[in-house]
Design a protein around this ligand. Structure first.
Ligand SMILES: N[C@H](CCC(=O)N[C@@H](CS)C(=O)NCCC(=O)O)C(=O)O
Ligand SMILES: [Mg+2]
Length: 495
């Protein structure tokens, strides 16, 4: 209901029908007046501290800063999450950073692993073409900056922490996720007594500072104080404040300035000078940070692809470089899960074992020996997710559609997908607030762990577990993307 007036029927009651869901979380303890007070404090805190997004109902909200602003979709209170699993996820971060960097340097592996996919999926094909072109010409810049987010779900049946995916491009919400932790620490600190919660169970977060540090240290490694950071963005971006948090902290901590451009503006304003340095207008660029370019929809014409290639050929540090972008492909995630493949990149057996135990079931549709798993996926589709080579949310295939899609795919299309074990996390009770309106809901949550990695040639400058994010969604919805409008920002309550 509207903050202060509980108008809507509470979702919780409807879904209680017969499901023996373990009721967890503080939701049932909230009396009306306490809930109204906590909701009001949450909304005021979020607004005052910049935990905001553009309001999609306001036509200028994505293009004019300060206009059409609304608080970020939120879980009112942090959601219970296993302390052991949280610690395990944090511990994996530096190892996943290293894995991405090692795989990115193995041209033969990338070619072998993506040979079929580049033919089956034209987007991957275009990325591979750029990869081949810059390799043929000779890499101009071996400073690699990764600002990653490795997403996990805690499988209720086995208690296993399983990786959903590794994001190596445009990993959102270091800014807003950090703030959500701070908001929940404020609310639990202020109302913990009545809520029966303690702030020690709400871990602090420094994702925004860590991502700004990654950008800042890459800018320093480039070594030109007059050069700027170029952020590649959408013309209309309702998640701009998550991006501006990083720009502001980067300037505050390092003095580096960020300029924002779309691919079209890069086409109009960019050139390479005689040393292949990237210049936008008169402004030299030290780092290119992509917050667009992860979906084929982001390339509206060949000139956008030319802009990507031009930036890739330049001496600017790309985040991600084309090779880091490719390592984040779902096909690579699936190939890395094959027996013996991790050992190609990592020597430490314990590390290999830790990473491998975080892999969910992952299978290709094409190639040898998969008939049995394909039959199982057609017979029991609810146990699987079918994933195209797409980022940005809203693309995965669930339920019966898994079976119908597998049956209708042509042989040459199979390598454009991967099949993954569907993970069933615990269901929790929560209050979700969107546009100032709260509602109770049964939610499932996904934990993202940010990682920052910077290597300059042989020198590893940075390799950090860089903070966390929880995104929650109504338990019966398949998609969970916040930017895509399904999920809310949340944080873990360690139990
Ligand atoms: N609007 C763009 C959105 C960029 C984007 O979609 N990033 C993907 C990884 S590729 C992602 O992190 N998705 C999880 C956050 C969610 O749930 O929406 C931006 O913020 O720059
Ligand atoms: Mg993703």
């Amino acid at each position: 209901g509207v903050a202060g007036v509980s108008t809507e029927p509470t979702m919780g009651d409807d879904l209680a029908s017969g499901e023996d869901q373990k009721k967890t979380g503080p939701v049932e303890e909230l009396s009306n007046e306490l809930r109204e007070e906590v909701v009001r404090e949450a909304l005021v805190w979020a607004t005052l501290h910049g935990a905001v997004v553009g309001d999609k109902n306001h036509e200028r909200s994505g293009s004019s800063p300060g206009v059409g602003i609304v608080h970020v979709p939120l879980a009112l209170l942090p959601t219970p999450f296993s302390r052991a699993a949280f610690t395990q996820a944090l511990d994996l971060a530096t190892h996943y950073n290293t894995l991405v960097d090692r795989v990115s340097q193995d041209t033969q592996f990338l070619h072998e692993a993506l040979a079929q996919t580049r033919k089956a999926d034209s987007f991957t094909g275009r990325l591979m073409d750029i990869y081949d072109q810059v390799n043929a010409e000779g890499i101009t810049q071996d400073i690699q900056l990764g600002l990653h987010r490795s997403d996990y779900m805690l499988d209720m049946a086995t208690g296993a922490l399983l990786q959903v995916e590794m994001n190596t491009i445009s990993s959102s919400f270091a800014g807003l996720g950090d703030l959500t932790s701070k908001l929940h620490r404020y609310l639990v600190g202020r109302f913990g007594q009545e809520l029966g919660l303690s702030v020690e169970n709400v871990p602090d977060n420094s994702a925004a500072d860590n991502f700004a540090e990654g950008l800042g240290k890459a800018w320093l490694e480039y070594g030109d104080p007059n050069a700027a950071v170029l952020m590649i963005v959408y013309g209309k971006e309702t998640n701009m404040y998550d991006q501006h948090w990083l720009s502001f902290k980067l300037y505050e901590s390092f003095g580096a300035k960020v300029i924002r451009r779309t691919f079209a503006e890069v086409t109009a304003e960019a050139k390479l000078d005689d040393k292949r340095r990237l210049v936008i207008g008169e402004q030299p660029i030290a780092v290119v940070y992509y917050r667009s370019g992860y979906s084929p929809d982001d390339y509206l014409s060949d000139s956008d692809w030319d802009a990507r290639l031009l930036m890739e050929r330049s001496t600017a540090v790309k985040c991600p470089s084309i090779s880091y972008h490719l390592v984040g492909a779902k096909k690579i995630q699936q190939e890395l899960a094959k027996p013996g493949v991790l050992e190609r990149f990592l020597q430490d057996k314990e590390v290999v074992a830790k990473l491998r135990e975080s892999f969910a079931g992952l299978w290709s549709l094409e190639g040898d020996g998969n008939d049995q798993i394909l039959e199982e996926a057609v017979a029991k589709p609810e146990g699987f997710v079918l994933k195209p080579q797409r980022e940005g949310g809203g693309n995965n295939i669930y339920g019966k559609d898994v079976a119908t899609t597998i049956k209708k795919l042509k042989q040459e299309e199979l390598a454009g997908y991967i099949l993954m074990q569907r993970i069933f996390p615990a269901v929790n009770d929560s209050y979700l607030i969107r546009d100032g309106v709260w509602r109770t809901a049964k939610i499932i949550s996904e934990l993202g762990i940010f990682g920052t990695y910077l290597r300059n040639g042989k020198k590893e400058v940075l390799n950090k577990q860089a903070g966390h994010l929880v995104r929650s969604k109504v338990a019966d919805s398949d998609e969970g993307g916040v930017a895509a409008g399904y999920g809310v920002l949340d944080s873990p309550y360690l139990v």
